[in-house]
Design a protein around this ligand. Structure first.
Ligand code: UDP
Length: 429
């Protein structure tokens, strides 16, 4: 990675302020710990952030905690509960969580000037701190969690030196530690986001039996109920019906009944829906949800449910770029990197009105926000019929990401947190 490569994209000033921030931290050890190297947004972020910190002269490292199925089932329940889903947390889950964290604390080298501990899975490592500045980095919408889980987890989080959340609404006044609002970012030079040749994009679409000449509506997501893949499917079915109905009405008034009914029937089968989702090693629910979605979609030959390997970044990039409309109809969403990725590709993105999505998309300016299947269907139909609107929203979306959600800004914000922490707690190198 070369920091100067980001200047033409993010701007020379952005790169300059990043370097200036890094100057006083050269040689400092920064350790990030989460629960998976592959799959999901946190791994996607760390893949960019850790090398960038290294290129700026810090000693940046990334490690993960390991656990068995019982542990990851427990932490997925914590995750859902923090997002507000009613979930019963058993004593067995807590035991598995604590034993796994204690074992990992013994196995991992936790000595660093600054530690970023990501999400609930490794949060209890704080109990084994020996030194350094500890930051809990939360990637979840914790604005209205299930009480029992938050009161348990916050006991650990309170012991951190600071916490970082995505948007102001996630800050917790009762935590009693400094909290920083730092939204995530994308790496414009990564496999996931780099520009791609048209030929390659088309070859990937054809590889998955998609027709590049016809409209494609895509949601890229882990198969997770909170991402509402079934809601996307229902919206798509509604759109297919509406294409027929609206055109039928037009046809009737124009008295070209038979010809146009045939045309509308053809049109109905000409839009394509793609639900692309990989799995993440720390998400045990993925396969179950995938099977559910597949069960619903199997009878519709216009719906493509694709389970890709978690490292299929270039292919996902191609599918996003080859799509006419991108959707992320989440019911709850910490931030929604797939939204940022779609916006960066100059696409019109339709997002569920929740969490970080509602911060990224300014409704009607940089995309559309929706609260229901009906609204999603209406917006899809509107965008299918208005290519100019797709262009307008896509261009504004790209600029919004360029100004606010690139990795250069994200790393600079982290360096400020590290700098404040390290100077407040000087640690010998
Ligand atoms: N992703 C992927 N393959 C998939 C599904 C998702 O590479 O099949 C990536 C996606 O491009 C994005 C990240 O995983 O970079 C998901 O991040 P997001 O914040 O949208 O959701 P999370 O999975 O963290 O809840």
């Amino acid at each position: 990675m070369r920091i100067e490569d980001y200047a033409p994209i993010a701007g020379a000033d952005a790169v300059e302020s990043l370097r200036a921030e890094a100057e006083r931290l050269k040689g400092r050890r920064v350790l990030h710990i989460n629960s998976t190297f592959i799959g999901g947004g946190v791994a996607e972020l760390l893949k960019a952030i850790v090398p960038m910190m290294g290129a700026l002269g810090l000693k940046a490292e990334w490690n993960i905690i390991t656990g068995d199925d019982e542990f990851f089932n427990a932490t997925k329940s914590f995750h859902n509960a923090l997002h507000g889903t009613p979930v019963t947390i058993t004593e067995g889950m807590i035991r598995s969580y604590e034993e796994t964290n204690r074992r990992n604390a013994k196995e991992l080298d936790l000595s660093a000037d600054c530690l970023f501990i990501h999400d609930p899975q490794p949060a209890m490592l704080i109990e084994s701190r020996k030194g350094g500045f500890w930051v809990w980095r939360c990637h979840i919408d914790i604005s209205s969690p299930t009480d029992a889980v938050w009161s348990y987890l916050s006991r650990h989080v309170r012991k951190y030196d600071a916490a970082v959340v995505h948007i102001p609404e996630y800050a917790k006044p009762d935590l009693g530690i400094p909290q920083h609002v730092i939204p995530p970012s994308i790496d414009p030079l990564s496999e996931k986001n780099i520009d791609l040749p048209k030929d390659y994009i088309e070859s990937i679409l054809r590889k998955y039996d998609l027709d590049p000449e016809l409209p494609i509506i895509t949601q890229v997501s882990r198969f997770d109920r909170l991402k509402d893949p079934v809601g996307v499917f229902k919206a798509f079915r509604q759109v297919k019906e509406s294409v027929g109905l609206l055109d039928f009405r037009e046809a009737f008034t124009r008295d070209r009944y038979v010809v146009d009914v045939f045309r509308t029937l053809r049109e109905r089968s000409l839009i394509q829906l793609v639900l692309v989702g990989g799995s993440a090693t720390d998400d045990p629910e993925g396969y179950r949800v995938y099977k559910e979605v597949l069960g619903k979609a199997i009878s519709d030959r216009n719906v493509f449910v694709l389970m890709l390997p978690p490292d299929a970044h270039r292919e996902i990039n191609a599918i996003q770029r080859g799509s006419t409309i991108l959707i992320q109809k989440s019911l709850r969403e910490g931030f929604g990197l797939t939204v940022t990725e779609g916006m960066w590709k100059g696409k019109a993105v339709i997002g569920g009105m929740t969490g970080g999505i509602a911060h990224q998309i300014r409704d009607g300016e940089t995309g559309f926000l929706v609260r229901s299947v009906n609204e999603a269907a209406e917006r899809i139909l509107y965008l299918l019929r208005n290519p100019k609107e797709r262009e307008r929203l896509g261009a504004a979306a790209k600029e919004h990401v360029r100004r606010n959600y690139l990795v250069t800004r994200h790393v600079r914000d982290y360096l400020r947190v590290i700098g404040d922490g390290v100077s407040a707690n000087p640690i010998p190198n």
